[in-house]
Design a protein. Structure first.
Lengths: 322, 515
């Protein structure tokens, strides 16, 4: 494996980790506010479908992104209504959203486009395509830095750059703004927030809206940036891997970035290693590599790698104590 | 402070505050006036409605009716934000702090002073330093709450209120979690606050604190404000009597007890709560066959924890419990199911949380905990017919109404629910019965029935340990009375002791001290 191969794997790592980063950050806003969100998968899937549908009809990637975000936010509000206003079980509400997304996207896709749940192939004008950064071609011949710049940093679509910007932005929101302070507080002790004269429900709704926006970005990326159309079940469990990444990252934004890159790398490596035979060992067990994110998360949760302490008030509907 | 500087307008005035939680009437038409610049104590037993009243004042709950006047002006306190703006601060019994936040972050939560934190942090830091200088509250602003001792955490709560510009500071049972030294420090702080012209409302069930620090004291009992006195003009004995109150005496006909051999013996039992506070402190006593031993005390003095430890629900940190001469290991796992097999039955204090599953049918609750008994089983399955037949027998014997074993338990009245629990435990024919608050929330007719049943059980030669906050109940049922105060048994008054004498013991004062 030479340097060019490595750059290729790294580029694939970046591309594969983007939906994880968006989704894990989406989950971070929700869970830091005390709302478990197992419906990330469904939000991502439905957003992917909306983005592709709107991009197909309007021919605009940006309108597609808007539709993806709107879908993410609406599903989040549904989750909020069930789990904040009605104080329902957050896991059940999330699972329901996953089922709704899985079924409705196929049903609507078939009704609208008649291609068995797919959306039509999008032309490049209706997608987010690769952006070549300035001087990429000029720097390319320079050893080491050249390929790194032109092959990895340049030539990604705008959503990739946004994903990497979303990480420091989320950190800044969480630790440097009033909203972030309150979100962190409400996930730990909603009573403290309530007695400080702040509405617990409204605060959690706002955190869920942030969650929906980011999930919308993730879905949009899947269908109109990474691919050129929606395919049924295209989220393929990424929402769950993102949740695992969130736990692995101990609900911290910068850790989320590193974890998602690690999980993305494992994914990229497993694709790369498909069918390759290691002498004396046999074929590389790709499934094992694909399962590694989950295995690592379970090991973490079992307490072998530090300790993952979730937000204390997570999963519990807030009721004033009596 | 001289009389001339006293502002005649009360800082706080409550007029006709009324509040219900479902069937519980927590506050009944409360009137209260708190003078500016004074320390006003509100005393009453646990569950008397003190905390509810103060939560209403702080906008945490809404009163069903009534009026709140702050500085003489009528104020609709719809939420805590309104109360804070009106200069009311509250230190809750369970601290409202975010444990993994710094002191600074906790103080500024809700008053960040802008969208970004930076400006607010600087402002809070400055203001904290000033408050610290003025009141001697030294707390490191960057310390993390969960690493601070409880006393300091409480100071953070006070700082929070002061930073929000509180003129009236409400403290809900502030000394419950403090060591005596920390409590002394707190009282010094409160005196200083008063000297600065602040008004303090102190909620407590401890008479000593009231006498030591307050100017005025109001007594609450079962949701009602029963009296307000100048502290200088009252005595602990009077307050104790007002707190516990007199009820219509329901005399129980019973003959002399014929105590047999010791059935239950508790030796040097110590129990700590989740926070490590000692609730039961080195308690020893015995209960013999054929006698009722009653544990009297103001609620919250460790009786509940004692009962739960004996029943195996709560872990004791040291000590031994011996039943029929056989020790029950306190350090290893205690299994309530095993204790039941050995003949220890338990009627828990809180029937809704521990005694019953309210969404179950009556017949299901009537075997709860004994469902492994072969007589209720048919192979690996429950024998539904046998269970229902058994339930009907109990319903008839205990006159449970309505007489429907298929009715959801939540639909029975409090008295009938209590009879379901009693029937279940007593009909097991236990050697020893633990009973907590047997008649709480129970109507008069059922009280009489329950009392008679307990006495007849005693006459059958069972050992009964009774815990109740109703002094009358203790006095009319018990053959021996033990008084608990602050986790210890402070005395065993004679069976004929009068109410006042027991009341003094319950308040933690010996006879000599009161005179």
């Amino acid at each position: 494996m030479d340097f060019a191969d490595l750059i290729q794997i790294l580029a694939a790592t970046v591309r594969l980790s983007v939906p994880l980063i968006f989704t894990a950050l989406a989950g971070l806003y929700a869970e830091r506010s005390g709302i478990f969100d197992i419906g990330l998968e469904g939000k991502m899937l439905f957003s992917a479908f909306s983005a592709a549908s709107v991009a197909t009809v309007t021919g605009s990637a940006w309108l597609g992104l808007f539709a993806g975000i709107l879908t993410g936010v609406l599903l989040s509000l549904l989750h909020g209504f069930a789990s904040i206003t009605q104080r329902g079980n957050q896991i059940i509400s999330g699972v329901a959203i996953n089922f709704i997304a899985s079924g409705l996207t196929i049903l609507l896709g078939n009704a609208w486009f008649g291609q068995g749940g797919r959306t039509p192939q999008l032309p490049n004008t209706a997608r987010f395509t690769e952006i070549t950064l300035p001087f990429a071609a000029d720097i390319a011949p320079i050893p080491f830095i050249g390929p790194l710049y032109s092959g990895l940093i340049s030539g990604q679509n705008i959503l990739v750059y946004l994903a990497f910007l979303a990480v420091p932005f989320t950190w800044w929101v969480l630790y440097r703004t009033r909203f972030g302070l309150r979100v962190r507080a409400v996930g730990e002790n909603p009573g403290a927030v309530d007695t400080a004269g702040i509405s617990v429900a409204w605060l959690r709704y706002r955190a869920l809206i942030c969650c929906g926006i980011l999930a919308g970005f993730a879905g949009t990326y899947l269908s109109i940036a990474q691919s050129a159309g929606f395919i049924r079940e295209m989220s393929a469990g990424k929402g769950y891997i993102a949740l695992a990444a969130l736990v692995f990252a101990k609900w911290k934004p910068l850790n989320v970035l590193l974890t998602c890159l690690l999980f993305g790398f494992l994914d990229a490596a497993s694709i790369r290693l498909q069918g390759i035979i290691i002498p004396g060992f046999g074929e590389v067990p790709v499934q094992l590599i694909q399962a590694l994110p989950y295995i690592l998360t379970v090991i973490l949760l079992a307490g072998f790698i530090g300790k993952a302490i979730p937000p204390k008030a997570g999963g519990v509907p807030y009721v004033k104590e009596r | 402070m001289t009389a001339s500087t006293l502002d005649p307008t009360p800082a706080i005035e409550l007029v006709g505050i009324d509040k219900r939680f479902g069937a519980v009437h927590a506050n009944k038409n409360i009137h209260l006036s708190v003078a500016k610049g004074s320390i006003h104590g509100i005393i009453g037993e646990n569950g008397a409605g003190k905390s509810t009243l103060m939560s209403i004042l702080y906008g945490f709950y809404h009163a069903d009716s009534g009026q709140i006047l702050v500085d003489g002006k009528d104020l609709k306190i719809t939420d805590s934000q309104t109360a804070i703006r009106a200069g009311i601060g509250m230190v809750h019994q369970h601290f409202m702090l975010v444990e993994n936040f710094s002191v600074l972050e906790n103080v500024m939560l809700g008053v960040e002073g802008g969208v970004l934190l930076k400006g607010g942090e600087t402002a809070v830091r400055g203001a904290l330093q000033q408050i610290e200088r003025e009141y001697g509250l030294d707390v490191d602003p960057d310390a993390i709450i969960e690493e601070l001792p409880v006393g300091k955490q409480q100071r953070v709560e006070i700082l929070k209120a002061l930073y929000r510009g509180a003129e009236v500071l409400i403290l809900d049972e502030p000394t419950g979690v403090l060591t005596p030294a920390e409590a002394d420090h707190l009282f010094k702080m409160l005196a200083q606050l008063k000297a600065q012209g602040k008004t303090v409302i102190l909620i407590t069930h401890k008479l000593r604190e009231i006498m030591a620090i307050t100017d005025t004291v109001s007594v609450m009992r079962r949701g009602e404000m029963v009296a307000t006195r100048k502290t200088a003009e009252t005595t602990m004995a009077e307050l104790a009597e007002l707190m516990v109150g007199r009820r219509v005496l329901l005399r129980v006909e019973k003959g002399e007890a014929k105590p047999g051999p010791v059935v239950l013996s508790v030796e040097n039992l110590t129990v700590k709560d989740g926070r490590g506070v000692t609730m039961v402190d080195n308690v020893s006593f015995e209960v013999r066959a054929g006698e009722i031993v009653g544990i009297a005390g103001v609620a919250g003095n460790g009786q509940s924890e004692l009962l739960e430890a004996i029943a195996g629900i709560r872990k004791a940190s040291s000590g031994r419990i011996v039943m029929n001469g056989e020790p029950v290991d306190r350090n290893g796992r205690i299994d309530p199911a095993l204790l039941r097999k050995k003949g220890l039955a338990h009627v828990p204090e809180d029937r809704h949380h521990m005694g019953l599953v309210l969404s179950f049918e009556e017949n299901e609750n009537s075997i709860l905990g004994y469902q492994d008994d072969p007589k209720y089983l048919k192979g690996p399955f429950l024998n539904i017919d046998a269970i229902r037949k058994d339930a009907i027998e109990k319903i008839e014997k205990y006159d449970i109404r309505p007489a429907d074993p298929r009715l959801k338990t939540a639909n029975f009245s409090g008295g009938n629910q209590q009879k379901i629990v009693l029937a279940r435990e007593i009909e097991r024919d236990p050697a020893c019965l633990l009973v907590g608050q047997p008649t709480r929330g129970v109507d008069i007719g059922a009280i009489e029935f329950i009392h008679k049943r307990l006495v007849s059980l005693r006459d059958e030669g069972k050992a009964i340990l009774l815990v109740s906050v109703e002094l009358d109940e203790i006095r009319s049922l018990s053959d021996r009375i033990l008084v608990m105060f602050a986790g210890t048994i402070v005395g065993e008054p004679a069976a004929h002791a009068d109410e006042q004498e027991i009341g003094l013991m319950m308040a933690g004062i010996g006879r000599e001290a009161a005179e």
